[in-house]
Design a protein around this ligand. Structure first.
Ligand code: RNT
Ligand code: ZN
Length: 426
């Protein structure tokens, strides 16, 4: 997608490459192999950062479901065409081939009011055609929020059968859409189920909603589908569901294990002192696949732009060192309306790729040998040395090889796009 561009950063040079190559070779690591492996890891980039989780149903509904986007930076995408243009801009500044993750409320309804229980693959035709022409995979999510039938905070676990029925139909249709996407693009679509259901204050009945959620999910998943992989996403709490979330971690872990579904681990959905990295090898003993929603929790918010934090590095490390690249699907999930939205995609995706690169540059076997030998002194010493190796140089070489801007050079391109395109939006 990137036009050919002149990369001026000095680290593109042979010198930087040779230096990094030799330095890592001292530890038995081949940087070329690491870069090659990184280029083959797709990140599923969430469309909803581009328009503050609004979607294009034009229903007049405001964002619900206990999630909130703060900020009013100008230039958000107002149409699906604009959103695709913005995604193209972001993708041109991100190395590698990726996927785009859509929500059901991003369908294209040509001005008609199509309710969630009536959506069809046809409403996503332009997205599919666009993804095909840019060699992108697509992932999908039913939208169980920002809707009058979710206004009281309950969907699949709702006390009223009629409301449950409506949302079950939505879930079924979303799987069909996911399968149609996967088939058209020749790449399995992950359809991820997250529902907001929960109570602000102490429930009198914690059991009933969970029984109903289990039944609703079973009904949705009755049909076997090709080209589609189902995932379920737990959460600790939301805004207005602080005391009780029906789809808790234990609920969905049990569900995913018993039904052999993929489990979605959103990095912002656990208590801040829990290690999401440590969950990966635990749950993969029992569930077939994992979907990651890489995000950054800050206090009560679960969705800050991903940056190169220890948490993200630890997650990437576990995926790579555990040998899980085939069973773990890596996606992003955050929304920030206080900064340029195209930049938000670029910052988060590049940060996640840098974390993956640092994982691919780890001499895992050497570390594991120390461990087997009972030499915990060397294990710790080596882990500390690795932190200061020049992975930043390898990253810049990788960007240059992939024909995207190195270093901070991409910022100027986003600024130009802001001046030429974003600033002209109403
Ligand atoms: C919400 C979940 C969910 C959403 C998206 C929009 O807490 O993380 O993944 O962010 O479905
Ligand atoms: Zn999520």
């Amino acid at each position: 997608m990137a036009a050919s561009r002149k990369v001026t950063h000095p680290s593109k040079g042979e010198l930087a490459y040779q230096f990094a190559k030799n330095r890592y070779a001292d530890f038995g690591v081949d940087i070329d192999l690491a870069m090659q492996r990184l280029s083959a890891i797709p990140i599923s980039i969430h469309c909803w950062q581009g328009d503050d989780v609004g979607g294009f149903e034009n229903s007049g509904e405001t964002l619900g479901g206990g999630i909130a986007v703060t900020g009013n930076y100008p230039g958000k995408a107002l149409t699906s065409k604009q959103l695709r243009n913005d995604l193209e801009k972001a993708l041109s500044l991100i190395p590698g081939k990726h996927r785009v993750n859509l929500h059901a409320n991003y369908g294209e309804f040509s001005g008609k009011r199509v309710d969630r229980d009536a959506i069809e693959p046809a409403h996503f035709k332009d997205w599919i055609d666009w993804a095909k022409s840019h060699q992108l995979g697509l992932d999908f999510n039913p939208t169980f929020f920002s809707h009058p039938k979710a206004a009281d905070g309950f969907t699949l676990s709702h006390k009223h059968k009629g409301t449950r029925k409506f949302w079950i139909e939505h879930g079924k249709r979303c799987r069909e859409i996911g399968a149609a996407m996967g088939k058209a693009l020749g790449s399995t679509t992950i359809t991820n189920f997250w529902i907001p259901d929960g109570y602000k204050d102490t429930p009198a009945d914690r059991v009933g909603p969970r029984e109903r959620l289990e039944q609703s999910l079973d009904e949705i998943f009755t049909t076997k589908l090709k080209n589609n992989l189902d995932a379920v996403e737990p959460k600790l709490f939301g805004i207005g569901s602080e005391s009780y979330v029906v789809g808790s971690s234990e609920f969905y872990l049990g569900y995913a294990v018993s039904r052999q579904k993929a489990l979605c681990l959103d990095a912002g959905h656990f208590h801040p002192t829990e290690s999401v990295a440590d969950k990966i090898s635990s749950v993969l003993q029992f569930v077939p696949e994992v979907l990651l929603h890489v995000s950054r929790g800050v206090r009560w918010d679960s969705d800050h732009v991903v940056t190169l934090t220890d948490d993200v590095i630890a997650i990437a490390r576990e995926v790579v060192a555990g040998g899980f690249l085939k069973r773990v699907h890596i996606g992003l999930d955050y929304f920030d309306a206080s900064i340029n939205r195209v930049a938000a995609w670029v910052i988060g995706t590049r940060a996640l790729q840098r974390a993956l690169l640092s994982a691919l540059l780890e001499p895992t076997e050497a570390l594991q040998q120390c461990e087997l030998d009972g030499d915990f002194t060397s294990r710790l010493a080596l882990q500390e040395e690795l932190k200061a190796l020049p992975s930043g140089l390898v990253w810049e070489v990788f960007c240059a090889q992939q024909n995207v801007p190195t270093g901070a050079d991409w910022i100027a391109e986003v600024r130009q796009y802001e001046a030429d395109v974003l600033s002209l939006r109403g």
